[in-house]
Design a protein around this ligand. Sequence first.
Ligand code: GLU
Length: 336
Amino acid sequence: MPRLTPKLLLCALFCATLPELTAGSLPEPAALQKAVDTAHATFKNEPGGANASYIPCLAKVPSKLFGVVIVTVDGKVYQAGDVDYAFAIESVSKPFTAALVMNESGPQAILKQIGVEPTGMPFNSVMAVELEPARSVNPFVNAGAMASVSLVKAKNPQEKWAKILAHYSKFAGEPLAMSDEVYQSEASCNQHNRAIAELLFSYHRLYADPLETCDIYTRQCSVLVTAKQLAVMGATLANGGVNPITQERCLDAASVPKLLAVMMMAGFYDESGAWAWKSGLPAKTGVGGGIVSIVPGKMAIVGFSPPLDAAGNSVRGASAIHQIVAELNLNLFNPR
Ligand code: GLU
């Protein structure tokens, strides 16, 4: 047994306080449930926006659906509305594939081989690829997301896809599956994404076969999640990379702040600035109507509802999250 020197004692004390430092202090359970209920009641009849229609099967999802969930870093769930409806994860998948790349190749792979700059342009912009020196731009737009897929290590496309799906499932704490209907629908009209993949490849910023990569990217967008599962995935990021329900580590702790920093600047496409201005939180949005927002050390907040604004972000989902953030004072830039 080592002798208890003052230095060792200090170190033991520091380590003992570490979990508390990462967990942060949470609002009372009643306040969390009230915030979720109020946001749901306030915005459930908000009329704006329209379902994504450029992917045919997303247009058919009932527009009335609306779910709001908070999952805290201690694994508690606060929910209201349609939180068990399984919808297409779409672009909310992007941080989780980037996380896999970070685990396999280190966070520097994202910085060096993809990029971390926001574009201020739409999620599928070809102009951004042409204008940005990094080409693939960042892992939260289609170009960078396909670059992430291309960097996942695997012997063949089947193994790569299986790895990505297993990784998402680990984040969710339960097995997730792809919707063949969504996949077929997207694959029938993803010419634009295929063009981006080929363009990136021509610039040596895609690191595997372009069409194969675009196909796996289309599959990852077609994974179904419920608002509750998505909130657990987000809470895993809020919890320093450890799933708060299963206690499994899904992302290296050192990579979490880097992923969230890029999410803050690029997670809302060309509305990322306005989102950060209003909420002060990183968030990722998808054209399936899901938004997950991360409050580091505390919780994830998910708003799900299919009607989108012009930039592709769920109208009710965004309103609900903004209201919860204001009510619980969760903006990261507010002194507390
Ligand atoms: N699969 C969609 C696409 O690539 C995802 C877009 C999104 O959710 O923003 O166009």
